[in-house]
Design a protein around this ligand. Structure first.
Ligand code: PMP
Length: 355
């Protein structure tokens, strides 16, 4: 979380803008929360340039919940194409089997998820209800630098993206997207809030068994208030959206500024890793994630010592996901360049001390 956002929330914790109630104490139907919700949505629309024909839904259930909620709403009993680019799309594919007939259109499992499957090779179905892509694979550290243009690939299906781990780190080309979903807990706010951005024409086709609270049309018709929304999460995300809108980097502002900063942070870390024989990253350079940087020590027997030294310096949670091993630096929006520089300085020092 950006420090400025946490400080702002702390200042308003007991009494939001002097109204005598904290956000956690308000009725979600009161005028105060109405202001918070409307501003959060307006700021997000501005930040990500979300076109008017898309609905912004604030939901619950996380990315894993959406793995079920998306097929419940969009599959219509038809085939659904999945591009398997890492653990998260694999998990989405597996969950969808409970609700529809998912088809694996492409997979990079054979190369250990170190490069994205080439869109020109995808085996897309003629009549798919949608095509699912995880646009940033958090565990394997592979990211689409450009969203696929399904129309150019001969598919009429809408594209669904799981943008959980890079939402608001770069602009989104909405002309290529039908639905985007993501848990808030990486770049937007605390865990518990799920963001869904869905095109109007995709509403209203849910399967009979879809729970009402997860029916996108019901949620949209009720402005995300069919059930009690995660009010604290929406408030914190709202503060984050306005923080993002205010960011400046040279002549750039808002999402362009944060993207420039993310590019610089990633370049610093990958640049150092590539310059060293002691560390390595296995992902093809044009598929590397700006947010999640997995890396390995050449001598893996030094892993525990590396992590212990990092902890001593306040460089926390660098252990890689258990399915991949090694290390992983997650350098989300709120991580400043100085934080990445501190990591690189430590990595250089550890390399020297290991020689
Ligand atoms: N998709 C992606 C890309 C993720 O990174 C995560 C969480 N790390 C999930 C889905 C699952 O999200 P949640 O834990 O909020 O259900």
């Amino acid at each position: 979380m950006p420090q400025a956002v946490l400080e702002r929330a702390a200042a308003d914790m007991l009494s939001w803008q002097g109204c005598g109630m904290g956000v956690m104490e308000m009725s979600h139907r009161g005028k105060e929360f109405g202001i918070i919700l409307a501003k959060a949505e307006a700021d997000l629309r501005k930040l990500l340039s979300i076109p008017a024909q898309f609905h912004v839904l604030f939901m619950q259930g996380g990315g894993i919940g959406e793995n079920a909620i998306v097929p419940l709403n969009l599959s219509r009993g038809a085939a659904v194409d999945f591009v398997i680019s890492g653990s998260w799309s694999q998990k989405s594919f597996k969950e969808a089997q409970r609700y529809c007939a998912p088809h694996q259109a492409a997979s990079n499992a054979a190369n250990g998820h170190t490069r994205l499957p080439d869109p020109a090779q995808w085996q897309l179905s003629a009549d798919a209800a949608y095509v699912h892509v995880c646009s940033n694979e958090t565990i394997h550290g592979v990211e689409f630098q450009e969203l696929p243009d399904l129309a150019a690939l001969g598919s009429r299906a809408p594209l669904v993206i799981d943008f959980s781990s890079h939402v608001a780190s770069r602009p989104v080309d909405w002309s290529r997207v039908g639905l985007a979903f993501g848990g808030a807990q990486k770049n937007l706010g605390p865990a518990g809030l799920t963001l869904v951005v869905v095109r109007e024409d995709l509403l209203g086709h849910a399967l009979e068994i879809c729970p009402s609270a997860f029916n996108y049309k019901t949620v949209a018709d009720n402005q995300s208030m069919y059930n009690t929304p995660p009010t604290w999460g929406i408030y914190m995300a709202g503060l984050t959206f306005s923080w993002l809108l205010e960011q400046e980097e040279g002549d750039l502002q808002g999402i362009a500024a944060i993207e420039a900063r993310n590019i610089a942070k990633a370049a610093l870390l990958y640049g150092f890793i590539d310059s060293s024989d002691f560390y390595s990253n296995k992902v093809a350079p044009d598929c590397r994630s700006r947010m999640n940087v997995p890396f390995f020590l050449a001598d893996e027997s030094r892993n525990a010592a590396f992590l212990a030294g990092a902890n001593e310096r306040g460089l926390l949670q660098l252990k890689g996901h258990k399915s991949v091993g090694g290390m992983r630096a997650s350098i989300y929006n709120a991580m400043p360049l100085a934080g990445v520089q501190a990591l690189v300085d430590y990595m250089r020092e550890f390399e020297r001390s290991s020689a």
